[in-house]
Design a protein around this ligand. Sequence first.
Ligand SMILES: [Fe+2]
Length: 413
Amino acid sequence: MAHYQRIGHVPPKRHTQHRTPEGGLFHEELMGEEGFSSDSSLLYHRGLPSAITHARTWGLPDLSTTPNHPLLPRHLALHDLFPDAESVRGVDVVTGRRLVLANGDVRISYVVADSPSPFYRNGIGDECIFVERGAARVETVFGAFDVARGDYLVIPRATTHRWLPQASPDGEPLRAYCIEASSHISPPKRYLSRYGQLLEHAPYCERDLRVPTSTLLAEDVGASADEPTEVYLKHRGNGPSGVVGTVHTHPYHPLDVVGWDGCLYPYAFNVADFEPITGRVHQPPPVHQVFEGANFVICNFVPRKVDYHPLSIPVPYYHSNVDSDEVMFYVDGDYEARKGSGIGRGSVSLHPGGHAHGPQPGAYERSIGVDYFDELAVMVDTFRPLELGEAGRAVDDGRYAWSWVGGRTEPGA
Ligand SMILES: [Fe+2]
Protein backbone atom coordinates (compact mmCIF):
# COMPACT_ATOMS: atom_id res chain seq x y z
CA MET A 1 0.00 0.00 0.00
CA ALA A 2 1.30 3.37 -0.90
CA HIS A 3 -0.07 5.39 1.98
CA TYR A 4 2.25 5.86 4.89
CA GLN A 5 1.52 4.41 8.33
CA ARG A 6 3.37 4.63 11.62
CA ILE A 7 2.66 2.56 14.71
CA GLY A 8 4.58 2.32 18.01
CA HIS A 9 7.97 3.81 18.72
CA VAL A 10 10.31 4.74 15.85
CA PRO A 11 13.31 7.08 15.99
CA PRO A 12 12.98 10.54 14.43
CA LYS A 13 15.57 9.74 11.75
CA ARG A 14 15.72 6.45 9.85
CA HIS A 15 18.81 4.24 10.19
CA THR A 16 19.85 5.93 13.44
CA GLN A 17 20.14 4.67 17.01
CA HIS A 18 16.86 3.57 18.56
CA ARG A 19 17.50 2.72 22.17
CA THR A 20 15.65 0.55 24.65
CA PRO A 21 14.78 2.04 28.06
CA GLU A 22 17.80 0.14 29.43
CA GLY A 23 20.14 1.79 26.93
CA GLY A 24 20.51 -1.09 24.49
CA LEU A 25 19.67 -0.92 20.82
CA PHE A 26 16.57 -2.06 19.00
CA HIS A 27 17.34 -3.83 15.72
CA GLU A 28 16.13 -2.13 12.57
CA GLU A 29 14.81 -4.31 9.74
CA LEU A 30 13.91 -2.95 6.32
CA MET A 31 11.20 -5.04 4.72
CA GLY A 32 10.95 -3.97 1.10
CA GLU A 33 9.79 -5.14 -2.28
CA GLU A 34 11.47 -5.29 -5.68
CA GLY A 35 15.04 -4.98 -4.53
CA PHE A 36 14.87 -1.71 -2.56
CA SER A 37 12.96 -0.11 -5.47
CA SER A 38 9.35 -0.30 -4.30
CA ASP A 39 7.28 0.02 -1.13
CA SER A 40 8.97 -0.78 2.15
CA SER A 41 8.67 -0.45 5.91
CA LEU A 42 11.19 -0.18 8.72
CA LEU A 43 10.54 -2.39 11.74
CA TYR A 44 12.31 -2.15 15.10
CA HIS A 45 12.83 -5.50 16.83
CA ARG A 46 13.91 -6.33 20.37
CA GLY A 47 15.78 -9.40 19.12
CA LEU A 48 17.82 -10.07 16.01
CA PRO A 49 15.34 -10.81 13.22
CA SER A 50 17.83 -13.10 11.49
CA ALA A 51 18.60 -15.22 14.56
CA ILE A 52 17.65 -18.90 14.21
CA THR A 53 18.77 -21.85 16.29
CA HIS A 54 17.33 -24.79 14.37
CA ALA A 55 15.82 -25.69 11.01
CA ARG A 56 13.79 -28.69 9.91
CA THR A 57 11.67 -29.63 6.94
CA TRP A 58 7.98 -28.77 6.96
CA GLY A 59 6.16 -31.53 5.08
CA LEU A 60 3.50 -29.52 3.28
CA PRO A 61 0.11 -31.05 2.53
CA ASP A 62 -0.55 -32.52 -0.93
CA LEU A 63 0.19 -29.78 -3.49
CA SER A 64 0.01 -32.05 -6.53
CA THR A 65 -2.07 -30.81 -9.46
CA THR A 66 -3.83 -32.47 -12.38
CA PRO A 67 -4.45 -30.77 -15.72
CA ASN A 68 -8.04 -29.85 -16.58
CA HIS A 69 -7.99 -32.31 -19.46
CA PRO A 70 -10.16 -33.06 -21.34
CA LEU A 71 -11.12 -29.44 -20.94
CA LEU A 72 -14.30 -29.01 -18.88
CA PRO A 73 -16.10 -26.34 -16.92
CA ARG A 74 -16.36 -27.68 -13.39
CA HIS A 75 -18.31 -27.30 -10.15
CA LEU A 76 -16.33 -27.89 -6.97
CA ALA A 77 -18.40 -28.05 -3.77
CA LEU A 78 -15.90 -26.72 -1.23
CA HIS A 79 -18.12 -27.17 1.81
CA ASP A 80 -17.91 -30.94 1.26
CA LEU A 81 -14.21 -30.77 2.13
CA PHE A 82 -15.06 -30.09 5.78
CA PRO A 83 -18.55 -31.54 6.18
CA ASP A 84 -18.91 -31.55 9.98
CA ALA A 85 -17.39 -30.49 13.31
CA GLU A 86 -15.26 -33.61 13.47
CA SER A 87 -13.56 -32.78 10.16
CA VAL A 88 -12.56 -29.37 11.52
CA ARG A 89 -11.22 -30.49 14.89
CA GLY A 90 -7.57 -29.55 15.32
CA VAL A 91 -7.41 -27.89 11.89
CA ASP A 92 -5.69 -24.52 11.55
CA VAL A 93 -5.68 -21.96 8.74
CA VAL A 94 -1.99 -22.39 7.88
CA THR A 95 -1.26 -26.12 7.91
CA GLY A 96 -4.83 -27.28 7.21
CA ARG A 97 -5.57 -25.48 3.97
CA ARG A 98 -6.33 -27.83 1.07
CA LEU A 99 -5.36 -27.05 -2.50
CA VAL A 100 -8.31 -26.51 -4.84
CA LEU A 101 -6.78 -24.99 -8.00
CA ALA A 102 -3.32 -23.77 -8.88
CA ASN A 103 -0.83 -22.69 -11.48
CA GLY A 104 2.61 -21.13 -11.23
CA ASP A 105 1.10 -17.68 -10.52
CA VAL A 106 -1.51 -18.42 -7.85
CA ARG A 107 -2.71 -21.20 -5.55
CA ILE A 108 -6.29 -21.28 -4.29
CA SER A 109 -6.96 -23.28 -1.12
CA TYR A 110 -9.83 -23.71 1.31
CA VAL A 111 -9.89 -24.47 5.01
CA VAL A 112 -12.33 -24.58 7.91
CA ALA A 113 -10.40 -24.19 11.15
CA ASP A 114 -11.05 -24.40 14.88
CA SER A 115 -7.48 -24.27 16.19
CA PRO A 116 -4.70 -21.69 16.44
CA SER A 117 -2.13 -21.84 13.67
CA PRO A 118 1.61 -21.86 14.26
CA PHE A 119 3.54 -18.72 13.42
CA TYR A 120 3.91 -18.60 9.67
CA ARG A 121 5.43 -16.60 6.85
CA ASN A 122 4.91 -17.09 3.14
CA GLY A 123 8.23 -16.49 1.40
CA ILE A 124 6.79 -17.04 -2.08
CA GLY A 125 4.34 -14.18 -2.44
CA ASP A 126 1.52 -12.17 -0.91
CA GLU A 127 -1.58 -13.84 0.44
CA CYS A 128 -5.16 -12.61 0.19
CA ILE A 129 -7.36 -14.52 2.62
CA PHE A 130 -11.12 -14.08 2.26
CA VAL A 131 -13.11 -14.89 5.41
CA GLU A 132 -16.25 -16.59 4.18
CA ARG A 133 -17.71 -17.14 7.66
CA GLY A 134 -16.61 -17.04 11.29
CA ALA A 135 -14.06 -14.79 12.96
CA ALA A 136 -10.39 -14.72 13.88
CA ARG A 137 -7.70 -12.64 15.45
CA VAL A 138 -4.66 -12.46 13.22
CA GLU A 139 -1.47 -11.51 15.04
CA THR A 140 1.26 -10.12 12.80
CA VAL A 141 4.64 -8.56 13.28
CA PHE A 142 2.95 -5.26 12.29
CA GLY A 143 0.16 -5.60 14.91
CA ALA A 144 -3.11 -7.50 15.10
CA PHE A 145 -6.38 -7.62 13.18
CA ASP A 146 -9.81 -8.82 14.14
CA VAL A 147 -11.35 -10.26 11.01
CA ALA A 148 -14.80 -11.66 10.36
CA ARG A 149 -17.25 -12.56 7.64
CA GLY A 150 -16.61 -10.76 4.38
CA ASP A 151 -13.11 -9.55 5.24
CA TYR A 152 -10.18 -9.81 2.89
CA LEU A 153 -6.83 -9.79 4.64
CA VAL A 154 -3.92 -8.95 2.33
CA ILE A 155 -0.64 -10.11 3.89
CA PRO A 156 2.65 -9.11 2.27
CA ARG A 157 5.23 -11.74 1.45
CA ALA A 158 7.36 -12.84 4.43
CA THR A 159 5.13 -11.23 7.06
CA THR A 160 5.30 -13.35 10.22
CA HIS A 161 1.80 -13.95 11.55
CA ARG A 162 -0.60 -16.50 12.99
CA TRP A 163 -4.35 -17.17 12.84
CA LEU A 164 -6.38 -17.56 16.04
CA PRO A 165 -10.02 -18.55 15.41
CA GLN A 166 -12.50 -16.70 17.63
CA ALA A 167 -16.11 -17.27 18.60
CA SER A 168 -18.18 -15.66 15.89
CA PRO A 169 -21.49 -13.79 16.19
CA ASP A 170 -22.89 -15.95 13.40
CA GLY A 171 -21.94 -19.11 15.33
CA GLU A 172 -20.07 -20.36 12.29
CA PRO A 173 -16.59 -21.86 12.26
CA LEU A 174 -13.80 -19.94 10.59
CA ARG A 175 -14.03 -20.60 6.85
CA ALA A 176 -11.13 -19.18 4.84
CA TYR A 177 -10.69 -18.99 1.07
CA CYS A 178 -6.94 -18.61 0.61
CA ILE A 179 -5.44 -16.95 -2.48
CA GLU A 180 -1.65 -17.30 -2.45
CA ALA A 181 0.23 -15.38 -5.12
CA SER A 182 3.69 -16.00 -6.48
CA SER A 183 3.87 -12.19 -6.72
CA HIS A 184 2.51 -9.17 -4.88
CA ILE A 185 -1.20 -8.38 -4.53
CA SER A 186 -2.34 -4.77 -4.81
CA PRO A 187 -5.32 -2.64 -5.76
CA PRO A 188 -5.74 -2.43 -9.56
CA LYS A 189 -3.18 -0.03 -10.99
CA ARG A 190 -5.81 1.83 -13.03
CA TYR A 191 -7.41 2.92 -9.74
CA LEU A 192 -4.16 4.41 -8.42
CA SER A 193 -2.66 7.82 -9.02
CA ARG A 194 0.93 7.86 -10.19
CA TYR A 195 1.85 8.31 -6.51
CA GLY A 196 -0.36 5.47 -5.36
CA GLN A 197 -3.50 7.17 -4.02
CA LEU A 198 -6.81 5.49 -4.80
CA LEU A 199 -8.60 7.62 -7.38
CA GLU A 200 -12.15 8.95 -7.38
CA HIS A 201 -13.43 6.30 -9.80
CA ALA A 202 -12.14 3.45 -7.63
CA PRO A 203 -14.86 1.41 -5.90
CA TYR A 204 -13.13 1.84 -2.53
CA CYS A 205 -10.63 4.19 -0.95
CA GLU A 206 -8.07 4.32 1.84
CA ARG A 207 -10.77 4.96 4.47
CA ASP A 208 -12.16 1.51 3.74
CA LEU A 209 -8.84 -0.22 4.47
CA ARG A 210 -8.08 -1.33 8.02
CA VAL A 211 -4.52 -1.28 9.26
CA PRO A 212 -3.23 -3.27 12.26
CA THR A 213 -4.31 -2.24 15.73
CA SER A 214 -1.99 0.34 17.23
CA THR A 215 -1.07 -1.98 20.11
CA LEU A 216 2.02 -3.85 19.05
CA LEU A 217 2.30 -7.38 20.30
CA ALA A 218 5.78 -6.93 21.72
CA GLU A 219 4.06 -5.34 24.74
CA ASP A 220 1.90 -8.45 25.26
CA VAL A 221 4.57 -11.07 24.81
CA GLY A 222 5.84 -10.58 28.37
CA ALA A 223 7.28 -13.72 29.88
CA SER A 224 7.47 -15.52 26.53
CA ALA A 225 9.67 -12.85 24.95
CA ASP A 226 12.80 -14.96 25.19
CA GLU A 227 11.25 -18.34 24.57
CA PRO A 228 12.38 -20.22 21.45
CA THR A 229 9.55 -20.14 18.94
CA GLU A 230 8.94 -22.03 15.71
CA VAL A 231 7.99 -20.19 12.52
CA TYR A 232 6.64 -22.19 9.57
CA LEU A 233 8.06 -20.87 6.32
CA LYS A 234 6.73 -21.59 2.85
CA HIS A 235 9.37 -20.90 0.22
CA ARG A 236 10.59 -21.56 -3.29
CA GLY A 237 11.90 -25.00 -4.12
CA ASN A 238 12.48 -27.45 -6.90
CA GLY A 239 9.62 -29.86 -6.20
CA PRO A 240 6.80 -30.42 -8.71
CA SER A 241 4.77 -27.56 -7.22
CA GLY A 242 7.78 -25.28 -6.78
CA VAL A 243 6.71 -24.84 -3.16
CA VAL A 244 8.47 -26.33 -0.15
CA GLY A 245 8.40 -25.75 3.59
CA THR A 246 10.89 -25.23 6.40
CA VAL A 247 10.38 -24.69 10.12
CA HIS A 248 12.84 -22.28 11.71
CA THR A 249 13.28 -21.98 15.45
CA HIS A 250 13.96 -18.41 16.55
CA PRO A 251 15.49 -17.76 19.97
CA TYR A 252 12.99 -14.95 20.57
CA HIS A 253 9.27 -14.54 20.21
CA PRO A 254 8.85 -13.45 16.57
CA LEU A 255 6.33 -10.68 17.27
CA ASP A 256 8.88 -8.50 19.02
CA VAL A 257 8.46 -5.25 17.06
CA VAL A 258 8.13 -2.13 19.17
CA GLY A 259 7.47 0.23 16.26
CA TRP A 260 7.35 0.41 12.48
CA ASP A 261 6.61 2.87 9.75
CA GLY A 262 6.37 2.82 6.00
CA CYS A 263 4.12 1.85 3.13
CA LEU A 264 4.33 -1.96 3.26
CA TYR A 265 2.05 -3.69 5.75
CA PRO A 266 -0.94 -6.03 5.91
CA TYR A 267 -4.41 -4.54 5.62
CA ALA A 268 -8.01 -5.68 5.77
CA PHE A 269 -10.94 -4.71 3.59
CA ASN A 270 -14.53 -5.84 3.99
CA VAL A 271 -16.37 -6.75 0.82
CA ALA A 272 -19.41 -4.82 2.09
CA ASP A 273 -17.35 -1.64 1.64
CA PHE A 274 -16.94 -2.28 -2.09
CA GLU A 275 -19.17 0.23 -3.91
CA PRO A 276 -20.47 -1.52 -7.03
CA ILE A 277 -20.22 0.18 -10.41
CA THR A 278 -23.46 -0.32 -12.34
CA GLY A 279 -24.86 0.79 -15.69
CA ARG A 280 -27.83 0.88 -18.04
CA VAL A 281 -26.52 -2.22 -19.78
CA HIS A 282 -24.36 -5.06 -18.54
CA GLN A 283 -21.05 -3.98 -17.05
CA PRO A 284 -18.06 -6.24 -17.75
CA PRO A 285 -16.21 -8.07 -14.97
CA PRO A 286 -13.37 -5.52 -14.67
CA VAL A 287 -15.78 -3.14 -12.86
CA HIS A 288 -15.92 -5.77 -10.12
CA GLN A 289 -12.16 -5.95 -9.70
CA VAL A 290 -10.80 -5.43 -6.21
CA PHE A 291 -7.14 -6.58 -6.35
CA GLU A 292 -4.58 -7.88 -8.79
CA GLY A 293 -1.40 -9.93 -8.83
CA ALA A 294 0.96 -10.97 -11.60
CA ASN A 295 -1.09 -12.87 -14.20
CA PHE A 296 -4.32 -12.88 -12.20
CA VAL A 297 -7.04 -10.57 -10.87
CA ILE A 298 -9.46 -10.79 -7.95
CA CYS A 299 -13.00 -9.48 -8.43
CA ASN A 300 -16.10 -9.50 -6.24
CA PHE A 301 -19.74 -9.52 -7.26
CA VAL A 302 -21.64 -7.76 -4.49
CA PRO A 303 -25.37 -7.10 -3.93
CA ARG A 304 -26.30 -4.32 -6.35
CA LYS A 305 -28.85 -2.68 -8.56
CA VAL A 306 -28.60 -4.18 -12.00
CA ASP A 307 -28.90 -2.92 -15.54
CA TYR A 308 -31.63 -0.33 -15.99
CA HIS A 309 -31.91 0.10 -19.77
CA PRO A 310 -35.59 -0.66 -20.58
CA LEU A 311 -34.53 -3.56 -22.81
CA SER A 312 -31.60 -4.79 -20.72
CA ILE A 313 -30.84 -8.43 -19.89
CA PRO A 314 -29.30 -8.26 -16.40
CA VAL A 315 -27.52 -11.63 -16.34
CA PRO A 316 -24.26 -11.78 -18.30
CA TYR A 317 -24.10 -12.43 -22.01
CA TYR A 318 -22.34 -15.65 -23.00
CA HIS A 319 -18.66 -14.99 -23.03
CA SER A 320 -15.35 -16.50 -24.00
CA ASN A 321 -12.73 -15.02 -21.78
CA VAL A 322 -10.20 -16.37 -24.23
CA ASP A 323 -7.16 -15.36 -22.21
CA SER A 324 -8.37 -16.45 -18.77
CA ASP A 325 -9.51 -19.27 -16.57
CA GLU A 326 -12.33 -17.96 -14.37
CA VAL A 327 -12.85 -19.21 -10.80
CA MET A 328 -16.01 -18.04 -9.09
CA PHE A 329 -16.50 -18.71 -5.36
CA TYR A 330 -20.17 -18.36 -4.40
CA VAL A 331 -20.34 -16.89 -0.90
CA ASP A 332 -23.87 -15.70 -0.31
CA GLY A 333 -27.21 -14.75 -1.78
CA ASP A 334 -28.95 -16.09 -4.77
CA TYR A 335 -26.77 -16.42 -7.82
CA GLU A 336 -29.24 -15.70 -10.61
CA ALA A 337 -27.25 -16.84 -13.64
CA ARG A 338 -26.35 -20.24 -12.17
CA LYS A 339 -29.83 -21.45 -11.17
CA GLY A 340 -30.40 -25.08 -12.14
CA SER A 341 -26.70 -25.95 -12.18
CA GLY A 342 -26.37 -27.33 -8.65
CA ILE A 343 -24.24 -24.38 -7.61
CA GLY A 344 -24.91 -22.93 -4.17
CA ARG A 345 -23.13 -21.38 -1.22
CA GLY A 346 -19.61 -22.70 -0.90
CA SER A 347 -19.44 -23.75 -4.54
CA VAL A 348 -16.64 -22.93 -6.92
CA SER A 349 -17.19 -22.86 -10.67
CA LEU A 350 -14.23 -23.14 -13.00
CA HIS A 351 -14.84 -21.75 -16.48
CA PRO A 352 -11.67 -22.39 -18.45
CA GLY A 353 -10.36 -20.30 -21.29
CA GLY A 354 -11.20 -21.72 -24.70
CA HIS A 355 -14.79 -22.59 -23.73
CA ALA A 356 -17.70 -20.11 -23.86
CA HIS A 357 -19.84 -19.89 -20.75
CA GLY A 358 -22.85 -17.95 -19.53
CA PRO A 359 -26.19 -18.31 -17.78
CA GLN A 360 -27.84 -21.71 -17.36
CA PRO A 361 -30.95 -22.37 -19.49
CA GLY A 362 -33.88 -20.11 -18.54
CA ALA A 363 -31.81 -17.63 -16.51
CA TYR A 364 -31.49 -15.26 -19.46
CA GLU A 365 -35.26 -14.92 -19.80
CA ARG A 366 -36.00 -14.89 -16.05
CA SER A 367 -33.66 -12.00 -15.42
CA ILE A 368 -35.54 -9.56 -17.66
CA GLY A 369 -37.18 -6.90 -15.51
CA VAL A 370 -35.16 -7.82 -12.39
CA ASP A 371 -33.61 -4.70 -10.85
CA TYR A 372 -31.50 -6.08 -7.98
CA PHE A 373 -29.16 -9.05 -7.54
CA ASP A 374 -28.66 -10.26 -4.01
CA GLU A 375 -25.41 -12.14 -4.60
CA LEU A 376 -21.93 -12.27 -3.21
CA ALA A 377 -19.14 -14.03 -5.04
CA VAL A 378 -15.37 -13.74 -5.18
CA MET A 379 -13.77 -14.34 -8.57
CA VAL A 380 -10.18 -15.09 -9.51
CA ASP A 381 -9.30 -14.85 -13.20
CA THR A 382 -5.94 -16.25 -14.19
CA PHE A 383 -4.11 -15.65 -17.44
CA ARG A 384 -2.43 -19.04 -17.38
CA PRO A 385 -4.38 -22.31 -17.13
CA LEU A 386 -5.28 -23.69 -13.75
CA GLU A 387 -4.85 -27.28 -12.69
CA LEU A 388 -6.91 -29.14 -10.10
CA GLY A 389 -5.45 -29.69 -6.64
CA GLU A 390 -6.33 -32.64 -4.42
CA ALA A 391 -9.25 -30.75 -2.86
CA GLY A 392 -10.59 -29.70 -6.24
CA ARG A 393 -10.43 -33.28 -7.46
CA ALA A 394 -12.16 -34.53 -4.29
CA VAL A 395 -15.27 -32.33 -4.61
CA ASP A 396 -15.72 -32.06 -8.39
CA ASP A 397 -19.40 -32.84 -8.97
CA GLY A 398 -18.67 -34.29 -12.41
CA ARG A 399 -21.96 -32.97 -13.82
CA TYR A 400 -21.63 -29.22 -14.22
CA ALA A 401 -20.22 -29.38 -17.75
CA TRP A 402 -23.53 -30.72 -19.04
CA SER A 403 -25.78 -28.22 -17.24
CA TRP A 404 -26.36 -26.05 -20.32
CA VAL A 405 -28.15 -28.82 -22.20
CA GLY A 406 -31.30 -29.11 -20.18
CA GLY A 407 -30.44 -31.64 -17.54
CA ARG A 408 -28.46 -34.29 -19.38
CA THR A 409 -25.92 -35.31 -16.84
CA GLU A 410 -23.58 -37.84 -18.37
CA PRO A 411 -20.57 -37.23 -20.55
CA GLY A 412 -21.48 -37.89 -24.17
CA ALA A 413 -25.20 -38.07 -23.44
FE1 LIG B 1 -17.67 -15.41 -16.73
